[in-house]
Design a protein. Structure first.
Length: 322
């Protein structure tokens, strides 16, 4: 029997795809951004994609999903990001309260919440404790852990905080975070060589040899950030060391005769995030790249999802995906 899931702040589907690969069937995927919703519908129309404000949706519809196996979501990161003011609960974009409301209404067997590494900073110790306490009063044991995407085969330095809570009354085993396997992460050159050479660029082999490390964290997904590029000066400098021009995103791979450092296409960036090539990121370049830049790598979500599924299976709930 398939495990069931409801996801909020679904974005372009990175976390949802990884959880699907771990054996979860999504009963609803809620997202406010129209471009991301188009991507979700283009790839998984069966996910019941809900476009709109998550707070309103929780108030009006969350009760329809009472008893779901997993509630998941990558709630907005700006309240906790080092790139912002780290306002936490004072930031109007903080949706942890909405996530807790969703848990209260649906009473799922497990909860998975993804956010930026800044959430583990000492300044948010009381905030995390309050979330943990709230979940404890609802009958859950919660763990927080910083995971590195590269430890799960993703060719990118992308640290993310993953909180997992399991309901105490299930009689389930203890949740364990997935073990790292960083040796599986390819270099940027190995990962993208076929895409860089797709139009016959003669310099692809030399570029592959230069791009001999995993990528820095993809950034540039904010609407306030401007156009599609690989982030601020420091991020672009890190990409330049790999032979990538991070000033803009390209429409196509370099043509024969191209000289200089090539730019990434949206498809290349999506592959760096761990999306499979058949996952179509819809929309024009700027909107498409913002979806990619904000995404959670599917391989990391799958690794965590498999561990959650294993814990639920220990309580005779569902089964672990192959």
């Amino acid at each position: 029997m398939a495990l069931t899931s409801v996801e909020i702040c679904a974005g372009a589907g990175g976390q949802a795809l990884g959880l699907e690969q771990a054996g979860f069937e999504h009963l609803a995927a809620v997202e406010i951004d129209a471009h991301a919703c188009n991507t979700l519908r283009a790839n998984r129309p069966e996910w019941n994609v809900v476009e709109g404000d998550v707070v309103r949706w929780i108030k009006d519809h969350a009760h329809e999903y009472e008893g779901v196996d997993l509630v998941a979501g990558g709630v907005p990161c700006p309240p906790f990001s080092k790139a912002g003011k780290q306002l936490g609960a004072s930031d109007e974009r903080d949706l942890f309260p909405a996530m807790l409301d969703l848990v209260k209404v649906t009473h799922p067997k497990a909860v998975m919440i993804e956010n930026v590494r800044g959430l583990l900073d000492p300044v948010f110790e009381d905030y995390r404790a309050a979330v943990t306490h709230k979940l404890r009063t609802m009958g859950y044991t919660t763990q927080w852990r910083l995971l590195q995407a590269a430890d799960y085969g993703v060719a990118q330095l992308r640290p993310r905080v993953i909180a997992v809570a399991v309901r105490d009354d299930l009689g389930a085993g203890v949740f364990n975070y997935p073990a790292p396997r960083r040796e599986d992460a390819p270099t940027v050159g190995t990962l993208l060589h076929d895409l860089m050479s797709a139009n016959g660029w003669e310099g692809a082999d030399a570029w592959k040899a230069r791009a001999n490390r995993i990528a820095p964290t993809l950034v540039g997904g904010s609407k306030k950030h401007g156009g599609p590029d690989l982030g601020p000066t420091r991020a672009r400098r890190a990409w330049a060391e790999l032979g990538v021009n991070g000033s803009t995103i390209a429409e196509e791979a370099p043509e024969p005769g191209f000289e200089g450092d090539p730019r990434l296409t949206v498809r290349m960036a999506a592959r760096v995030q761990g999306f499979p090539d058949d996952w179509h990121i819809t929309g024009a370049k700027t909107n498409a790249y913002r979806q990619v830049g904000n995404a959670f790598p599917p391989p990391v979500a799958k690794a965590v999802g498999l561990q959650i599924a294993e814990v639920l299976a220990s309580a005779n709930i569902g089964s672990v995906a192959a």
